[in-house]
Structures are given as structure tokens and as C-alpha cells.
Design a protein around this ligand. Sequence first.
Ligand code: ZN
Length: 229
Amino acid sequence: MAYPTREIRVPGVRQLCGHRMIDGKERTLTPMTELADLMVGGQVLRITRWGEPILHEQTRPVTQFDSEFHTLVRDMFATMTAADGVGLAAPQVGDDRSFFIFRCPDADDQMYVGVVANPHIILPDGKNRQLVSEEEGCLSLPGSYSPLARPDHAICRGQDHNGKPIEIAGTGLLARCLQHETDHLEGMVFGDRLSDRARKRLYADHEESAYRYPEDWPISPKGEFDPTR
Ligand SMILES: [Zn+2]
């Protein structure tokens, strides 16, 4: 998931999006010593774009938590960092397995980082269900954002990078990220949740900034803003 740094509504989030941490702590349900190894040394991969079939198909379960899987996780952390994102799902790097990674702050500006395979999302219902509308973006449609109403908290259950069961309770941007990434694994992009009018506006915004994103982005970096266009 991409977060619109041009329009910050929550004080403090901007610096978190730059991959710095509040009070030097990262929160994870997985021992940081294990995860740290997966967060360095990866290779940046091309991010797929909306319209490519892999982004619109159901994924298959992760069954092997082996070194091949860990190599892909490592490459995805490198890719998400290069693209300045807060979450990245496997189909966004052309893989059809059901998992995503995230490095994202919650409503209290605490940074959470992790890997979730075979996720299942649990959303509040009844009186507990509060929708919040915030700007949302996707690394697979870079450069454009749209407000989208989603439940303000979410629980995500799945398996970590070694296949151990995990559960993450997310608030704020993290709640949105967990929902956005789980959608990807079901072949859904956030444009599918917008009205026709909002989706058209989103595509028009994307067209305007598309010149900055090379076909193989973020392998090739984003181009400079051109005010004369
Ligand atoms: Zn996305």
C-alpha cells in the first residue's frame, strides 16, 4: 500500500513513512532477530500494475516456508523500501502465493513490521463497526490516491515467515494496510471498492503522474516532477 505523503493528516506519520521509528522501537510478533535478517540484502523487483492478470486473480496458499520463500520475502522488503510503501503483497512482484509484508505505523504511531501468509481478516461488526475515510494509494497504481472508507480497526490472522500462527490487531494506517493487502491476495485492488466516478478520477490522476514511473519501477527510480507538463 502507498501512503500519500503529499497530504498528511496524522502528525508524525510522515517521518514514519520515511522508514524512521518513533522512540526507536519496532513492534513485531516475530522475534526481531529473525525478521531483521529478511529486511536486508534483498534484490529490488519490478512492481506489477493494475490490469496485469496476476493482480486480479485469487492467490494459492503458501505451503513451503523454506529458503526459496525467505529469498522472495527478502526481495519484497527491498522492493517495498525502494518504492517507499507501507505494505506489499506477493502478486505485486509477480508471485501467485498468498502472503504480504508490511512496515506500517498504527494509530499510536508505533511501527509494526512483519510477514503474513495465508491471512484471514476479521472486521468489526454491529456497534463496533466504525468507518473512516482516508486517502489510500497502491504501489501498483503509483502516483494517485483516493479517499476510501474502511473499518477503523482490523484483526489479521495467518502464519509468519516460518509458518507459525500469528495474529495482528491493527488500528489507524495499519488497519487500512492489513485490509488493503489481504484484498490483493483475493485478486481485489482498492479501485474495485470505489464508485465509478472516484475510480475514473483515480485513473486520471495516475495518467498525469505516470511519466514519472518507468515500466520497471522501482528497479529504475522514479523520475523527477516536471512542472511544465
Ligand atoms: Zn496495493
